[in-house]
Design a protein around this ligand. Structure first.
Ligand code: HEC
Length: 118
């Protein structure tokens, strides 16, 4: 009789701890727009669109392969990807890589506004 009582108590405790587990709490506190970070969002864009020219090994132009380099050149980067594609200063250079869509440019701008989290 007592064993049954202990078993149901354990079951109750398990249900209780599941319901109050941090998983649920984290979900409720999650921001609507997850923060943009260099490693999660920006580095993949730079790798996809600015290689090989701005990355070591093959690149001969200013390296834009690190967090610090991207942060320090962000104004120049945004400025150039926003130029008309016919502008000689437009990047990616001579459209050799696919130009950035408006939404990708927006990601760069929002990252800058967030003070460029790493
Ligand atoms: C096909 C090669 C190539 C690709 C791809 C490319 N660039 Fe460039 N980039 C160049 C060349 C060549 C120059 C130098 C000519 C100039 O300044 O316009 C340059 C210059 C720059 C500069 C100025 C650097 C300085 O010395 O002040 C920036 C900033 C830049 N690129 C950003 C980018 C970004 C951001 C991307 C990706 C979206 C990109 N580039 C993709 C070839 C490339």
């Amino acid at each position: 009789m007592q064993t049954r009582w202990i078993v149901s108590l354990l079951f109750f405790a398990a249900v209780l701890s599941y319901c109050s587990s941090p998983k649920v709490a984290v979900k409720a506190a999650e921001p609507v727009q997850p923060a943009i970070t260099y490693s999660k969002d920006i580095a993949p864009i730079m790798q996809a669109r600015c290689t090989p020219c701005h990355f070591p090994e093959q690149g001969k132009k200013k390296f834009l392969d690190t967090y610090a380099a991207t942060r320090d050149n962000i104004d120049d980067i945004i400025n150039r990807v926003e130029l008309p594609q016919s502008d000689p200063k437009f990047m990616p250079f001579k459209n050799k890589k696919e130009p950035l869509s408006d939404s990708l440019i927006m990601v760069l701008k929002q990252w800058k506004e967030l003070n460029m989290p790493e």
